[in-house]
Design a protein around this ligand. Structure first.
Ligand code: BGC
Length: 356
């Protein structure tokens, strides 16, 4: 009888042990598969059927260190409720100290203009890149509106104001590429919005996050009575996921003065047959400012040579074109201050037969 009891006990111990082994094997096997999948792709999971993409499908996990705090992985996903279609635009330019105080009243902003929603996890981390020089009033008004919109949308984001040092003509394409590269050096971001400093979103439903397609947000401006500029206009405010932006090799670095770099970018999307779409809430208010010098005929020649340039003019040719002067974590944004190497840009332009 006692031998029999011992045998039964042994059997129970053995079965338990084997079950534990099987359980451990299965769980670790799942984990291994999961990591391998993410690691192998190295970028967003774009195999999901277009149109059915949820922001979760686009989230890339990386082990990359981040200057901004990581949120707790245990939080529930954020919901986007009560977004109003038409919002009241705040168009007063407050002194910085008041603006910092009002936008920080809820204490949810961290230095560098970084925000994580409270109590829930946003499925994507977004970098807002604002190319900037000499537009302080516009910047204050934009920040006052944009932080509120993004927080209402429960976005996890950081705002980067990329400022070009005086002394060289403004180069918006290069400055936006620099924003992309330098933001990535500070943290992993899933989406990149390139936002003109003078455009304020009119709807909270114009969501700032990325899907599988490049997104043009600012299709309709108040100053044009909300008519579309022209069919292929892709300027003002756009959002790309990381894969799309690197696939098109970013913006051209060679457009000095106002205009052209956004048209060039759109042609890159077409050339690479990359998908794009328009926001369903495309209205923006354009703020006034003094105008920059317009396109030059060289700019148009450059645009004409786009097909021979795309491959070698962009993210892969920025190395010698700029110097990072400083990165400053201000209360409402991260300031990336850079100097542009005009001589080097001119040398690259010469390579395409263009002399300025
Ligand atoms: C310029 C674009 C600009 C658009 C609207 C075009 O002529 O080439 O860069 O976005 O006008 O202002």
């Amino acid at each position: 009888m006692s031998v029999h009891r011992e045998l039964v006990c042994l059997l129970v111990v053995e079965v338990t042990f084997v079950s534990i082994l099987v359980y451990v094997y299965l769980t670790s096997h799942q984990i291994v598969n999961h990591n391998t999948l993410i690691h192998k792709q190295g970028h967003f999971n774009l195999s999901v059927k277009e149109g059915n993409i949820s922001p979760n499908d686009l989230r890339r996990e990386t082990g990359q260190p981040c200057v901004f705090p990581e949120r707790s992985p245990s939080l529930v996903p954020c919901q986007q409720n009560n977004l109003s279609e038409k919002r009241r635009i705040l168009n007063e330019s407050l002194p910085w100290i008041d603006l910092d105080a009002t936008l920080n009243a809820s204490m949810t902003l961290l230095p560098g203009g970084y925000h994580q929603p409270l109590g829930c996890a946003s499925p994507q981390r977004l970098a807002i890149i604002i190319p900037y020089r000499d537009r302080e009033v516009n910047l204050k008004i934009l920040l006052n509106n944009l932080h509120r919109v993004l927080q209402k949308q429960q976005a996890e984001y950081a705002i980067f104001v990329v400022e070009q040092e005086n002394g060289t003509p403004f180069n918006r394409g290069l400055i936006k590429n620099i924003g992309y590269v330098e933001a990535k050096a500070l943290c992993h971001f899933d989406c990149f919005t390139f936002q003109d400093v003078d455009l304020v979103p009119e709807s909270e439903r114009n969501t700032y996050w990325c899907g599988a397609r490049a997104l043009h947000h600012s299709r309709e401006l108040d100053i044009l009575k909300y008519r579309i500029f022209y069919k292929y206009h892709f300027g003002g405010v756009i959002t790309f996921n990381d894969t799309l932006f690197s696939t098109v090799n970013g913006y051209s670095n060679l457009y000095f003065t106002w205009g052209g770099e956004d048209d060039d970018l759109f042609q890159r999307l077409l050339e690479k047959k990359m998908p794009y779409e328009y926001s369903k809430y495309p209205r923006y208010t354009a703020m006034t400012h003094k105008n920059d010098p317009h396109h030059t005929k060289e700019g148009r020649t450059l645009y004409g040579k786009r097909h021979v340039r795309f491959k070698n003019d962009g993210l892969n040719s920025m190395g010698r074109l700029y110097r990072l002067i400083s990165v400053d974590y201000k209360p409402l944004y991260t300031r990336i201050y850079v100097s542009v190497n005009q001589t080097e840009v001119l040398t690259q332009l010469k390579h395409y037969g263009i002399r300025l």
